[in-house]
Write a protein of this length. Structure first.
Length: 406
């Protein structure tokens, strides 16, 4: 029985009797399975679109619909989770994802397939927001960073392992096998979410009769946080998005083949996954600065160094350092957002927070593409790296040295 089941509604758990290990399956199992499902289909989306007759440009747009759907759903997701609860929102997201995968399997035209991909993006936003809000309420504030880092880490493990799981299904069933692998993962997500007990969040218990602020009023009330720490975490998201495309682009620039590029990318991802829990522990014990600043400085310096590499060994070394920087920052966006969120209207605050970070994630590659078109690929990568130093300064300037946890 989960340790919070005997806790009165609205009362935060005590850190003295709390253990993340004891709640690992219900707390992080759904995130791992959801990441597996998404990771299984990511490598084949463009190929599936092309098989349905989409052009290369159309296939690229269809792949981007996951991110677009997530961005579109942030504010509606907050409203849904706030109205129906995090557990029901997670179950609903799993059901919508399953329906989307079925649509992808039966699609006979690119636009139908794109609709299915868009639905997966919409469901992803609902799931992640519900999962974050759920953990804020279930975990003691003194262990919040460890919980958020572990949440981010399990998603990354799922995204990393998903393609390998899909490969076995594709070997047996062809390209549709990837979607059947994802169906199993999302089905497991829904079943596991169904077994999780409901929590009565403190903000809903304390403010059941209080008239909710409109989204505009909520954004205005917390404008100072959104325009400082929100923008800083948006820059974090932008840098993370760009690192996904920097490695293959620069590898091609210096003449590396696809095998070498995949190896570099895989090693970077492996290093990335090893550091999420130690980073969360440091944030809990020493403060958010001890992770936010090194994360951005290391990632910024690594990106700036990439254009100076000329071969496999150099790019591999810099990419590993980049993986270290990103790995220690696992959960930093969710942790700072959770710290900044008010006890009242927390879920909708986090919806706005996710919208800002998603805008950063979408805008970063666009900025790099524009600068690359005007200057060069090296200039685009260097500019993105410089954003890391800007984000580090913003965290130094506005991130509280001692976080007041609600």
């Amino acid at each position: 029985m989960p340790i919070w089941s005997s806790r009165p509604p609205g009362v935060p758990p005590s850190s003295d009797s709390f253990s993340l290990v004891r709640i690992a399956l219900p707390a992080f199992g759904p995130s791992l399975l959801f990441g597996l499902g998404e990771g299984a289909i990511y490598p084949v989306l463009a190929l599936s679109a092309r098989d349905l007759g989409a052009s290369s440009a159309q296939a690229g747009l269809i792949v981007a619909l996951i991110g677009i759907g997530s961005m579109m759903a942030n504010l509606p997701a907050a409203a849904l989770a706030n109205r129906y609860g995090e557990r029901r929102a997670m179950i609903g997201a799993a059901v919508v994802s399953l329906a989307a995968l079925v649509l992808c399997l039966i699609a006979r035209a690119p636009w139908v397939f794109g609709l299915g991909v868009l639905m997966i993006g919409l469901a992803s936003s609902v799931f992640l927001l519900a999962r974050q809000t759920y953990l804020i309420e279930a975990v003691p504030p003194s262990m919040r960073a460890r919980a958020m880092s572990t949440l981010g880490g399990t998603m990354r493990v799922g995204l990393f392992a998903g393609p390998f799981m899909a490969a076995g299904f594709i070997h047996l069933m062809g390209l549709p096998g990837a979607y059947w692998a994802a169906i199993l993962a999302f089905l497991g997500t829904g079943i596991l979410a169904f077994t999780i007990p409901d929590l009565e969040p403190r903000d809903r218990a304390a403010n059941r009769d209080a008239p909710p602020l409109s989204l505009v009023s909520l954004a205005r009330t917390h404008a100072g946080v959104f325009l400082t720490l929100g923008v800083a975490t948006g820059l974090v998201s932008a840098i993370r998005s760009c690192r996904q495309i920097v490695i293959p682009l620069w590898a091609d620039q210096i003449g590396l083949d696809a095998t070498a590029t995949a190896l570099i990318y895989g090693v970077m991802g492996g290093v990335d996954m090893l550091l999420f829990y130690p980073a969360g522990r440091i944030m809990d014990l020493r403060g958010r600065h001890w992770v936010a600043l090194p994360c951005m400085l290391i990632m910024g310096a690594s990106l700036v160094a990439i254009p100076w590499t000329t071969g496999f060994a150099g790019l591999l070394a810099v990419s590993m350092v980049l993986g270290v920087g990103n790995g220690i920052g696992s959960g930093i966006i969710m942790t700072i957002g959770a710290d900044a969120s008010p006890a009242a209207d927390r879920t909708r605050f986090l919806g706005i927070w996710r919208l800002i970070t998603d805008l950063g994630g979408g805008g970063g590659p666009l900025l790099m593409s524009g600068i690359t078109a005007v200057l060069s690929l090296a200039g685009g990568i260097t500019t993105v790296g410089a954003l890391g130093f800007v984000a580090a300064w913003m965290f130094w300037r506005w991130l509280p040295r001692k976080t007041a946890l609600p």
